[in-house]
Write a protein of this length. Structure first.
Lengths: 265, 196
């Protein structure tokens, strides 16, 4: 080896430089490869999420269409038939029609029929709120709150600082938000034992904020009942479908509060 | 950086931290001995064994568990090899050019094993602290391998050549330590994210 004319020191230096470059390029390609793989996976996951969202959207859409159909059928067919029945009873006058028993029978039948008509109307309105379709989210929520306020189960204070925006909301978004608020109110009445609830609509930077709070016993945001409950899952899927996000305030043992943020663009 | 983030350090990073402390102290002893005109080449035998011990231990935590015992065995075999080499083969005033490259090659192998494992990770490369440390080790050991092999020839070289080669070696070493520092820095950010 000593007899060769090559300079061993230069060879060592060249070897070191060569290996250094090899290692650097190896690391560079490995980094590029890993990051590219990561991006592809993220892209794939994003596509999967989008697909699931589309499926969810289709499910919600068909659910709404079905509700609308049932609501209309109830209102138009059942409602009309029952009204006809009431009319028939009213017109029917047998011999001895002044009999006290007969009059009592007619009166109580008419009262029951009136109750059925009212119930059918309420159910059909709940299934497909016409106010929402014709007058927008604010009117539908106000109407719903008025009904609850009148029932005396809960006192709801509604503050609307986004009047114009709520009127212009597209129907899928307003339907989703209406159903969410309906579900929240339902939860409050059924489980919280609250006497008061507040709904605030606000708008900032092309985003609609809905603050919902009640003075009931509250619930921990990460408790199993909240996560597994059908109601909360419904809320989550409805909000996911309109790209809205929500945050439940930490459990303090006093009241339940949720903040919904819905993009408008 | 490691000292600042010491409470965030994971076990493998603590090994690297103590390796650095050992390495620093060893170099200090080396410099003191040189100042007293003592030969320090034989000390490198001890350094080689301990360096191999620390780095193997580090990779034993990172690589697949089933190879862990093999790695421990490798530490024992390598230590025996180093002792035999020092006592019977390279026992004059010379560097341990047989054992140091072998140790470096084994560690490079561990390092490559880690890289191949890491290719399947679903994480940004830069966010993983171990990637930075591994790059530092791989870069230093692979680049200095030629130097480890031919270091005894360099003893006879002129001062100028020696200076160039050692400067190159030191530059790569600084690069290794810089990559270590990035790794230690990432450790803290990594911990902060995971506490959310």
């Amino acid at each position: 080896m000593q007899n060769t004319p090559d300079n061993i020191y230069i060879l060592v230096l060249l070897g070191m430089t060569g290996t250094f470059l090899l290692v650097v390029s190896f690391i560079f390609f490995s980094v590029r490869n890993q990051n590219r793989l990561l991006k592809q996976r993220q892209k794939f996951q994003q596509a999967q999420i989008e697909h699931q969202k589309e499926l969810l959207g289709a499910v919600i859409e068909s659910q709404e269409a079905e509700r609308k159909r049932i609501g209309q059928d109830l209102h138009d067919d059942v409602g009309t038939t029952i009204s006809g029945l009431r009319l028939l009873i009213e017109m029917f006058k047998p011999t001895g029609g002044d009999d006290k028993n007969y009059q009592d029978f007619t009166q109580s039948t008419k009262t029951i029929i009136d109750k059925i008509v009212k119930d059918v109307r309420n159910i059909s309105h709940n299934l497909s709120p016409t106010t929402l379709r014709y007058y927008g989210l604010a009117a539908a929520v106000t109407e719903h709150c008025t009904i609850i306020n009148q029932s005396g189960k809960l006192q709801i204070a509604l503050v609307n600082n986004a009047e114009k925006t709520l009127e212009e909301l597209p129907l899928p978004t307003s339907t989703a938000l209406y159903r969410v608020l309906e579900e929240l109110l339902n939860n409050t009445i059924k489980h919280s034992g609250a006497s008061k609830a507040n709904i605030d609509f606000n708008i900032t930077d092309y985003k609609l904020y809905i603050d919902y709070a009640d003075n009931g016993k509250g619930v921990s945001a990460d408790s199993a009942s909240v996560k597994k409950g059908m109601g909360m899952q419904n809320i989550e899927s409805r909000l996911l479908n309109i790209n809205a996000i929500y945050a439940i305030s930490p459990y303090s043992g006093k009241g339940f509060s949720i903040k919904i943020e819905c993009p408008l663009a | 950086m490691a000292l600042k983030n010491y409470r965030f350090l994971t076990k493998p990073l603590k090994i690297i931290f103590w390796f650095l402390i050992f390495s620093g102290s060893f170099n200090l002893v080396n410099l003191i001995l040189i100042a007293f005109h003592q030969y320090t080449a034989h000390l490198l035998n001890i350094y080689t064994v301990i360096e191999f011990f620390f780095l193997s231990l580090y990779y034993s935590y990172l690589n697949v568990k089933k190879y862990r015992n093999l790695m421990y065995m490798a530490i024992v075999i390598f230590t025996i090899l180093c002792i035999v080499n020092y006592l019977f083969v390279q026992n004059k005033i010379e560097f341990n050019t047989y054992t140091r490259p072998v140790g470096a090659i084994v560690i490079i192998f561990y390092s490559l094993m880690y890289v191949s494992q890491q290719n399947n990770e679903e994480q940004n490369w830069g966010d993983n602290m171990y990637n930075w440390i591994n790059t530092g080790i791989l870069l230093y050991l692979a680049s200095s391998l030629f130097m480890f092999i031919f270091i005894n020839y360099l003893l006879n070289a002129g001062q100028h050549i020696n200076r160039i080669l050692w400067a190159t070696h030191d530059t790569i070493l600084i690069l290794e330590y810089l990559l270590f520092a990035v790794g230690f820095y990432k450790c803290k950010t990594h911990q902060t994210i995971s506490t959310y």
